[in-house]
Design a protein around this ligand. Structure first.
Ligand code: ZN
Length: 134
């Protein structure tokens, strides 16, 4: 893993959260993107090398909706940038980490992504992400 790519934060209302983050970070949201398959609408902010991803549920049965229902809004996951997501998945599986899905899928912001289950990471949902080249 090369660096923290972004931190994902679950919010109840993206339209309210975006101006709050714009004021707090003193920068504009550079991308709003819906990932239909995940039932999520995302908004991205860049601060230096780092990014913040706000996540709002776009469907009532999406993982973000369930997360907020159970634990409230707030920190949701940490995403690490990887050079080759396929070999990272293989390495982590060999090390005994539990992948939520064993093959990467398309995520927001032009990424290939896969998640590690918090059970195997000492409590934090971890996202692996690799920049898509297609
Ligand atoms: Zn993410």
């Amino acid at each position: 893993m090369r660096k923290i790519e972004h931190i994902g934060i679950a919010v109840r209302n993206l339209e309210e959260a975006i101006p709050t983050y714009e004021k707090m970070l003193n920068t504009s949201c550079y991308k709003i993107e819906e990932v239909e398959s995940e039932g999520v609408k995302t908004a991205f902010f860049k601060i230096g090398e780092s990014k913040i991803e706000l996540l709002e549920a776009s469907k009532s049965d999406s993982p973000i909706a369930k997360y907020i229902e159970k634990r409230g809004a707030g920190m949701h996951h940490i995403a690490y940038d990887v050079e080759d997501i396929h070999s990272e998945i293989e390495r982590l599986e060999k090390e005994g980490f539990q992948l939520i899905q064993s093959s990467p899928k398309n995520g927001a912001d032009n990424k290939l992504i896969a998640f590690l289950h918090p059970k195997s990471t000492a409590g934090t949902l971890v996202e692996l992400c690799q920049e898509r080249t297609d």
